[in-house]
Each structure stands twice: as C-alpha cells, then as structure tokens.
Ligand binder design. Sequence first.
Ligand SMILES: CCC/C=C/C=C/C(=O)SCCNC(=O)CCNC(=O)[C@H](O)C(C)(C)COP(=O)(O)OP(=O)(O)OC[C@H]1O[C@@H](n2cnc3c(N)ncnc32)[C@H](O)[C@@H]1OP(=O)(O)O
Length: 291
Amino acid sequence: IQAVVRAMSSSGGAPSPYTTLAISHPAESITHVELHRPEKRNAMNRAFWSEMVDCFNEIAGDPECRVVVVSGAGKIFTAGIDLMDMASDILQPEGDDTARISWNLRQIITKYQETFSVIEKCPKPVVVAVHGACVGGGVDLITACDIRLCTQDAWFQVKEVDIGLAADVGTLQRLPKVIGSRSLVNELALTARKMYADEAKSSGLVSRVFADKEAMMAGALEMAGEIAGRSPVAVQGTKINLVYSRDHSVAEGLNYMATWNMSMLQTQDVMKSAQAAMEKKSPKTIAFSKL
Ligand SMILES: CCC/C=C/C=C/C(=O)SCCNC(=O)CCNC(=O)[C@H](O)C(C)(C)COP(=O)(O)OP(=O)(O)OC[C@H]1O[C@@H](n2cnc3c(N)ncnc32)[C@H](O)[C@@H]1OP(=O)(O)O
C-alpha cells in the first residue's frame, strides 16, 4: 500500500483528456481522481467545471470501476472557484436585456451545479480525502461525496459570503444533510469562518482524521479496497438508496427500496456472498461479475 500511496501522491502531470484532473487506477476496481492544478492550489477554472462532468459520467459507465477516491495534488485540496478565470462568466453574463441576461446566468449556474451533482448521481461510492484548505467550491464538492476523510491540518471554509454571493452549487442544500446541527451550518455559511479538522470530525463532516496526507491516502485506499471487494450490485444499490432516502420520507424510501430489490435480489451475488459468509470467508475472496 505504501508504494501505491506514494504513486497516488506524486502523479507527474494531468494526462489527457483532462487538463485539471489526473486519473489513475491505484488498485483493481479503484479509480483515483486527483484535482490537478497544484501551482494554482487546484482552483476550479472553466475547464475543471466541465471536465468533472465528463470524468464522472465516464466513471459511472465504466464496469472496471467500483469505487472512486478523490484528492488534491500539491499543498492543499482546493482554493475553490478560480477567481481569475471565472469572473467574466459570472460578472459579465451575455444577453440583450434583463430577462435574457438572467436566463443565461441561470443556465450557467445550473451547468456548474451539475459539476458536483454528477458525483452524487454516479452509482459508484466516492471517498474524498482532504488535506490543507478546502475552500468555497471545495465544500460544495465534498458534500456531494459519500465518505469524507481529512488530515489533521485540514480546514474547511464556506467562503462564498466573503466574495459577495450565496453559495449556489450545493453546499447550502447538502451541508445541512451532512451535519446534524442546523445552527452550526448557518454559522459556517453566514460567517465564512474556518472549521478545522477536529470540529469537522465532531460535527460529522468527516468520519476520520489522519495525521498526514500519506496516512490519509493509505486509509482512503484501504477503505476503497473494502468497498471494491464487495458485490457491486449490493454496493451501488446501497449508495443509490441512501441518496434517495436522504431526500424522501421513510415510506417513500421503503417503497423505492422494495422496487429496487425486487430485481436486484435476483443477482447471483447474493448466493455467492451468503455461501462465503457460511464458510467464514471474506467477501473479498469472491469473483463478482462486472456491473
Ligand atoms: C457559478 C459558480 C459558483 C461557484 C462558487 C464558488 C465560490 C468559491 O469557491 S468562494 C472561494 C474562492 N476562493 C478563495 O477566496 C480562496 C483564495 N485563495 C486563498 O485564500 C489562498 O490561495 C489559499 C489560502 C487557498 C492558499 O494559500 P497559499 O499561500 O498556499 O497560496 P497562494 O500563494 O495564495 O496561491 C498560490 C497561487 O494560486 C493562486 N490561487 C489561489 N487561490 C486561487 C483562486 N481561488 N483563484 C485563482 N487563483 C488562485 C494564487 O493566485 C497563486 O498564483 P500565482 O500568484 O500565479 O502563484
């Protein structure tokens, strides 16, 4: 694992087709997506916002991938929106009158929302590993992920009010579902104060804190391996139903679940997994068909 983690943390450059993301496959069935503009602190430029959509749509349809790890290259996870590159899109939207300018701006905002919604729509679980700063759009990104890990030096900042806007690509919708305390969410979003790793853990934003990035990437990879070793039918069904249930009543969630499993229970994975359990074998020893 150490060698793989070192390789994960030192990718030489972002390979084609992306200019802002480096994609690698550190172990079987695991895809590593690394935010890769380290010299600009992984600030989210125009290319990033569309590359994430292409990348996660590709992953969603890739039967070789069962789980995704997202992390940031260089000194920090991300500085959020690229304040230099994005200004014209947002501050000078095109259009002949107010209605058309507003219409165009709505299209732009909706497009940017999709950049992180694709993470949630992707049926493969996404583990995000945060080191150093996670600012603005970074919080939008991580709240769309399924499992959040961080280093002891990590900090999180819902920075949008500081740049004069209400966060509009997911934080205000998802953070209240992640953190139990509505008061804390409101405080973070309204004051833009930094939240450090210990508070991120105690509030439930992250589930684990690691001493440093190397330990965190090893932990993320190990966790991803645990997920990837289990039935993809079970794992992807679990993610999809957890996301559905978050946004629906218990009765609606149970109804959706019953309809889901009336098909999925017919998988050969159930018999294979049950047999392994009876024989006290790990599910990781089972060869599951690709999904
Ligand atoms: C419709 C879309 C809606 C989306 C909304 C999203 C909103 C947000 O994300 S709000 C948050 C915006 N981000 C910020 O305000 C953070 C600004 N950056 C910083 O505070 C610091 O850079 C940071 C604390 C993150 C890191 O500090 P450090 O000392 O490590 O690095 P720097 O020397 O400051 O920066 C290194 C180079 O990176 C460039 N850079 C950093 N952040 C950004 C950014 N957000 N946008 C563009 N460029 C950024 C910085 O200019 C340096 O570049 P260079 O001078 O060429 O070396």
